[in-house]
Design a protein around this ligand. Structure first.
Ligand code: NAD
Ligand code: UFG
Length: 339
């Protein structure tokens, strides 16, 4: 079985679906701090079309990845072969106000998991890292061997520190297989409209904000700056469909089985879109409901960020296949269903 910490969250739930569809058995551990228990049934509803799910092949534990006793119990009760560690806090702005909560949650959960894994002789680990570890890269696209660590906020630093911890753990014990996945900007939702990104309160990220404007929950989008050095002056990012990202994890789990050692991969599309590109694409699918105003820059934002994802293509056999129209359509569909 594969243990997914944060398995009821946005990326974790889509990954659970794709792993189950691929025939893997899944255990999720989630403390529901940013998700809802109803996601468990939604995963079941999606997967039951391809496979019968029972307590033997899909389980959910509610609790904290920092809880040694609980994680140990999960390893005692299930035959865990690999861990994918999604659980963590992820809001950049909040991390500036609550640095200790971010270091505690993100770092301690990782150390705790690795300790329990060592105790049980489980050595396969996939970590959810982020393009944020590159900071403001000197050139585009970004390759995996670019310098990391020049991050500008505590959230980003937790990702950078955890990457360094994982390198040390691997250096001390080469029987570990560790895959660090650096995600670019995941957006979109499952085709069913049952699972997607559903942040509490006012969204910080672009796509959930746009979706709430399109469905009338928010009035207009504030576009943070139109004076960046990009084709239309608004910030450019590498948006990747969450289902493509989830499929990247299925490939990573396969790679772990080949005893790969420590590997790092960018998961992105290699294409950058601006904020206005996204607004225009979304307006095509929702009939022009996304109104926006240009406002000042958001502190800490960079002008441009996109991946070179050739390494994942070559070594994992993975490429992102879903286009921007699909990302907008599925986001809109999910938002309407969750009105
Ligand atoms: P999410 O908040 O939707 O999912 C995280 C899940 O982990 C939630 O269900 C939450 O309840 C749970 N959780 C948090 N702390 C926990 C703990 N201590 N124990 C157990 N469960 C806990 O976030 P997501 O977008 O699915 O992100 C998943 C991972 O990917 C995170 O580590 C995030 O930092 C990373 N990441 C996300 C993005 C993005 O833009 N979404 C980009 C790069 C990296
Ligand atoms: N933006 C707006 N208005 C908004 C929200 C965002 O104009 O209301 C703009 C931003 O200025 C930026 C772009 O939309 O140019 C994307 O912003 P997001 O907040 O959606 O994403 P970021 O690239 O800032 O950061 C996200 C995650 C980070 C992660 C990073 C790379 O929040 O945690 O992607 O994976 F590290």
């Amino acid at each position: 079985m594969i243990l997914l910490t944060g398995g009821l969250g946005y990326i974790g739930s889509h990954t659970a679906v794709e792993l189950l569809n691929a025939g893997e058995d899944v255990v999720c551990l989630d403390n529901l701090s940013n998700s809802d228990i109803s996601v468990k049934d939604k995963i079941k509803q999606i997967v039951c079309k391809t496979r019968e799910l029972t307590d033997d092949n899909f389980k959910v534990y509610i609790g904290d990845a920092r809880d040694y006793k609980l994680v140990d119990k999960i390893f005692c009760e299930n035959k865990i072969s690999s861990v994918i560690h999604f659980a963590g806090l992820k809001a950049v702005g909040e991390s500036v106000k609550l640095p200790l909560e971010y270091y505690d949650n993100n770092l301690i959960s990782t150390i705790n998991l690795l300790e329990v894994m060592k105790k049980h002789g489980v050595k396969n680990f996939v970590f959810s890292s982020s393009a944020t570890v590159y900071g403001a890269a000197k050139s585009m696209p970004i390759y995996e061997n670019f310098e990391t660590g020049a991050v500008t906020n505590p959230y980003g630093r937790t990702k950078y520190f955890i990457e360094e911890i994982l390198k040390d753990v691997y250096a001390s014990d080469k029987s570990f297989n560790i895959i660090i996945l650096r995600y670019f900007n995941p957006i979109g939702a499952h085709d069913s409209g049952l699972i997607g990104e559903n942040p509490n309160g006012i969204p910080n990220n672009l796509m959930p904000y746009i979706s709430r404007v399109a469905t009338g929950k928010l009035e207009y989008l504030s576009v943070f700056g139109d004076d960046y050095n990009t084709h239309d002056g608004t910030g450019v990012r590498d948006y990747i469909h969450v289902v493509d990202l989830a499929l990247g994890h299925v490939k990573a789990v396969k790679k772990l089985k080949s005893k790969c050692g420590l590997k790092i991969y960018n998961l992105g599309t290699g294409v950058g879109y601006s904020v206005l590109d996204i607004v225009n694409a979304y307006n095509k699918v929702c009939g022009g409901k996304v109104k926006y105003k240009i406002v000042g820059r958001r502190p800490g934002d960079i002008d441009i960020c996109y991946a070179n994802a050739d390494k994942a293509k070559k070594e994992l056999g993975w490429v992102a296949e879903r286009n921007l129209e699909n990302m907008c359509k599925t986001s809109y569909n999910f938002e309407k269903k969750n009105k």
